[in-house]
Design a protein. Structure first.
Length: 378
């Protein structure tokens, strides 16, 4: 077959006269060296390359303008991409620390790609790869090498599972959202998946519009492995594998956009947000957390409406929050008849007037407590 644009690999390096202490920096003064070469091993006829591939290969090395930074970042002094200035939010709104990736000209920080079980360069040729135009990171014979069904046997002989790994730390519970183009439709469900810390993730929501799948997953605070997997063939008998034999264009994925909220070290230059009921900026934190027991997101100093300052407020005497449901109350529940509570209570307790104190303990006449409840609800 003739070579096409998917057979071209683009990389970047510093201009020849520039120096940088960081290997990840490939720009200087807004300029970079762009390198174009055929992906190896070559599975196409270079002499019959199509026009798009030939345009990419017109100049194997040329000085060009630096590719764009990731969203919410800027290129400092024409060299390294850094977080843009934080957005100023009006309280109780706050700036969400986010990581957004949709530029795939070069590998973003903390991403790694490989084929499970292979260490050779040839063995890695059909791992997740950067698309030549920087629009996605791609995998599968529909997008990597453009081989289609005619090289399926070649892939199966050396490819097992293609792994794309990201290490990320969340300062507070957050959310992962990503968009993936699949070919054919349902290829993601058949041969793709995402793992959080080596366990298959269960999406909070998932939807497909015109072969682009949106996936949203809640993630706990802490350090995590997030792994996108494409199976050329499953290592176990009960795992499905990609099958492009019935699809002329092959099968595969284009991972377009990845977004995390509450990322440690993430950019705060994006949108402002407010805490939802049951959550607040606990102890001046930079992100919302569930209100502790004895508190709620309602402010009873102003009539029990949701707090305007984004904080979690103590329950007043006569009310309590938490109980057996623990943290995260949107309001404090009133104590029933015959019950009382002090400020900041998790539970209501029987009034002492119904009992007597004996040796630092309390005893209650339960019959009188029942009478109080029956008198209230009869």
């Amino acid at each position: 077959r003739q070579c096409n644009k998917n057979d071209v690999e683009i990389t970047y390096s510093l201009p020849r006269s520039a120096r940088s202490p960081k290997p990840s920096v490939f720009c200087d003064g807004g300029k970079t060296l762009k390198h174009a070469k055929w992906r190896t091993p070559i599975t196409c006829n270079i002499q019959e390359a199509d026009k798009l591939a030939l345009v990419s290969m017109t100049s194997e090395i040329e000085e060009v303008a630096c590719p764009p930074c990731q969203p919410l970042q800027i290129r400092r002094a024409g060299a390294e991409c850094v977080n843009d200035l934080p957005r100023r939010c009006i309280k109780p709104s706050y700036a969400v620390a986010r990581l957004v990736v949709n530029q795939w000209h070069a590998w973003p920080v903390n991403f790694t790609s490989w084929i499970w079980g292979y260490t050779s360069r040839e063995g890695q040729s059909h791992s997740w790869q950067l698309a030549p135009d920087g629009s996605a990171v791609v995998v599968g014979n529909a997008f990597v090498g453009g081989g289609g069904a005619e090289i399926e046997s070649l892939l199966r002989s050396r490819a097992d599972q293609a792994i794309l790994l990201l290490n990320v730390t969340l300062s507070h519970p957050g959310e992962l959202e990503f968009f993936v183009e699949e070919r054919p439709r349902e290829a993601w469900k058949k041969a793709g998946t995402v793992y959080i810390d080596h366990d298959p993730a269960t999406p909070d929501s998932e939807a497909v519009v015109q072969n682009i799948r949106r996936v949203v997953i809640s993630i706990d605070a802490g350090w995590h492995y997030v792994t996108w997997v494409w199976r050329y063939q499953g290592p176990e008998g009960d795992e499905e594998s990609a099958d492009s034999s019935g699809f002329q264009g092959g099968s595969g994925l284009r991972l377009l956009n990845i977004s995390f909220t509450n990322v440690a070290g993430g950019s705060k230059s994006g949108a402002c947000a407010r805490c939802t009921p049951g959550k607040g900026l606990v102890k001046g934190a930079a992100a919302c957390s569930a209100c502790p027991v004895g508190r709620s997101s309602a402010d009873y100093a102003i009539g029990g409406i949701q707090a305007v300052d984004g904080q979690c407020h103590l329950c007043p005497a006569g009310r309590a929050s938490g109980g057996r449901n623990a943290a995260g109350a949107g309001s404090c529940e009133p104590c029933g008849p015959g019950l009382r509570s002090g400020e900041g209570a998790q539970f209501c307790e029987p009034e002492e007037a119904l009992g007597t104190s004996v040796a630092d303990s309390a005893q209650w006449e339960t019959s009188r407590l029942v009478d109080a409840w029956q008198g209230q609800f009869s």
